[in-house]
Ligand binder design. Structure first.
Ligand code: NAP
Length: 274
């Protein structure tokens, strides 16, 4: 039976590191988190950010704006946070209400404060290997593998999913670690031909239990990024029960990749630009 990667345990360890780092940071800098509207997932996530910040003793400003906030009001707010020297990090929860252009708004965030790596300038720096914050979901995947001493260099990595927030930046991070990377997507012919040969298989498609044991190679490592609610339960893209006996290492859902992402957002804050 494969070993299960314990994301919660790694998150706890990271939290202790962050508490030490933050106590050495002798300033009053804070994070401002902006939520526009009433998206249920975003409200839950922002409350979770606030709770975690409190636990980590990080100054946190929770900003909640009305659903009908105008583009001008939101722009003014982001510009004022960019200019405020006490604000060291800005988070903007997505999706924004439909009348607000996400592209235009995220591009207003100063890259030196863009903890979530949302603006084009931040993304450009990330891909060019310049100092930037690191997108947290891919960062979580790489952190989990390193914590379990998985040798990434030289390994054959297959990622299913090519979104801007997961698949693409993750491919870049694996390349930086000297892996050989293949990205599959909805138009890939015969995905199994690729996935069965992978040393490390990462699945980020949002299709519950799509990957069963016929997709995975013996002794491979499987990382499940998927988080889709099914009958009120968060469900991954991998049929965990079906593949666990075949693989060497696997992340559960929940308790795997997702357990770490918000903690890494705060780690970004503590470490500053890399
Ligand atoms: P997305 O933007 O919807 O992208 C999904 C990707 O999967 C696309 O590239 C799509 O291909 C591909 N795909 C869909 N169906 C496929 C199929 N049958 N075969 C092969 N490829 C297929 O999703 P996302 O934002 O990357 O999120 C993916 C999953 O991760 C979701 O469940 C999301 O909730 C979860 N997630 C979790 C975390 C976390 O912290 N744990 C963070 C972010 C996202 P095309 O490009 O060809 O359409």
């Amino acid at each position: 039976m494969g070993q299960i990667i314990n994301g919660k345990e790694i998150a706890s360890k990271l939290k202790e590191q962050i508490k030490n780092d933050i106590s050495n940071k002798v300033n009053n800098k804070r994070i401002s988190s902006i939520l526009v509207g009433n998206d249920g997932g975003s409200i839950y996530y922002q409350d979770f950010q606030e709770k975690l910040a409190k636990n980590l003793k990080i100054e946190f400003e929770k900003i909640r704006l009305k659903e009908d906030t105008s583009k001008e009001e939101l722009k003014e707010l982001i510009i004022s946070l960019n200019e405020n020297e006490e604000v060291e990090g800005i988070m903007l929860l997505l999706p924004l209400p439909k009348h607000l252009d996400e592209e235009e708004i995220t591009n207003l965030i100063d890259p030196s404060k863009d903890l979530d790596c949302l603006s084009d300038a931040s993304v450009g720096k990330f891909y060019k290997g310049k100092k930037s914050f690191v997108p947290c979901t891919p960062y979580s995947v790489i952190t989990l593998l390193k914590e379990y001493n998985v040798k990434i260099e030289g390994s054959n990595v297959v990622i299913i999913g090519r979104s801007n927030i997961v698949g693409k930046p993750l491919a870049q991070m694996f390349l930086n670690e000297n892996a050989t990377v293949t990205i599959c997507h909805s138009k890939t012919k015969d995905i199994k031909e690729f996935t069965k040969k992978a040393d490390i298989l990462v699945v980020a498609i949002g299709r519950p239990k799509f990957i069963d044991s016929s997709y995975v190679g013996e002794n491979s490592i499987v990382i499940d990024v998927g988080t889709t609610p099914v009958d009120g339960k968060i469900t991954g893209d991998v049929d965990f029960e079906d593949v666990i006996d075949k693989v060497k290492l696997i992340t559960p859902v929940p308790g795997g990749v997702g357990a770490l992402t918000t903690t890494l957002l705060f780690k970004n804050f503590c470490e500053g630009l890399k």
